[in-house]
Design a protein around this ligand. Sequence first.
Ligand code: HSE
Length: 285
Amino acid sequence: MLSVRAPATSANLGSGFDVFGVALGTPADVIRVERAPETEITVTGAGSQYIPEDPDQNTVGAVADALDAPAHIEIDKGVRPSSGLGSSAASAAGAAVALNALYDRGLSREELVPVAAEGEALVSGVAHADNVAPSLLGGFTIVTDDGVTQVDASIPVVVCLPEITVSTRDARGIVPETASMTDVVETVGNAATLTVGMARDDPELVGRGMGSEIVTPERAALIDGFDAVSEAALEAGATGVTVSGAGPGVLAVCHADDRQAVAGTMIDAFDDAGIESRAYQTAVS
Ligand code: HSE
């Protein structure tokens, strides 16, 4: 069987709602494929009981359709669904790479971005590419209507994942339709700062550039304990904290030496709010 590892991702980074995304070193999905007359999907691993194996309802089935590449597809989930870590995107991206190779379709990683995004439409209702792009291309990605810009980046991060779920569809439903000029100006400044930070591998600039009053406050309100977790991470040395994607994962940027302390304090703060969590000490890569 042909096997592909597809990394988790974190979208938005606060100031780049529906635009920014990063690939994370861990966790990851593993997708295995072999040619078959019709697509059949099996799902194992983290949260697999919540993922439909019917190809018409699974993100990976949409990818197989788009590539006209029927296959037996095994999805071994390392990225839990409804985590804010691009779970469906990792499966879609991994399947796109694997099926493209299996059937010699010859598409580049960039050309696979819209293919994998078709799978995302099934899950969230919108074919946004801010998770599939970094899962396919690595590093830091900027997705706009005109295409994807990718920057290799290496930034230490901690992602703390509480044992609660937030559906992307629900989290998109609470996004405000308008923003004040003050918030737009602040967010543009931060997004620019963050982008330079990624290009320079500078955790201080990236952390400083994550702030935004657009979307993040509404999303944070869906995560019990978010404010305390954020404050604790900043006290332990994080340079910035925000909601990972649609949540409930919480992303903290820090220096490599501070990762362990940041992870520990985030887990403790969730614990104080009565919520179990686990932390990935990883990096944008
Ligand atoms: N940009 C999307 C959102 C990503 O925040 O809704 C979902 O993971």
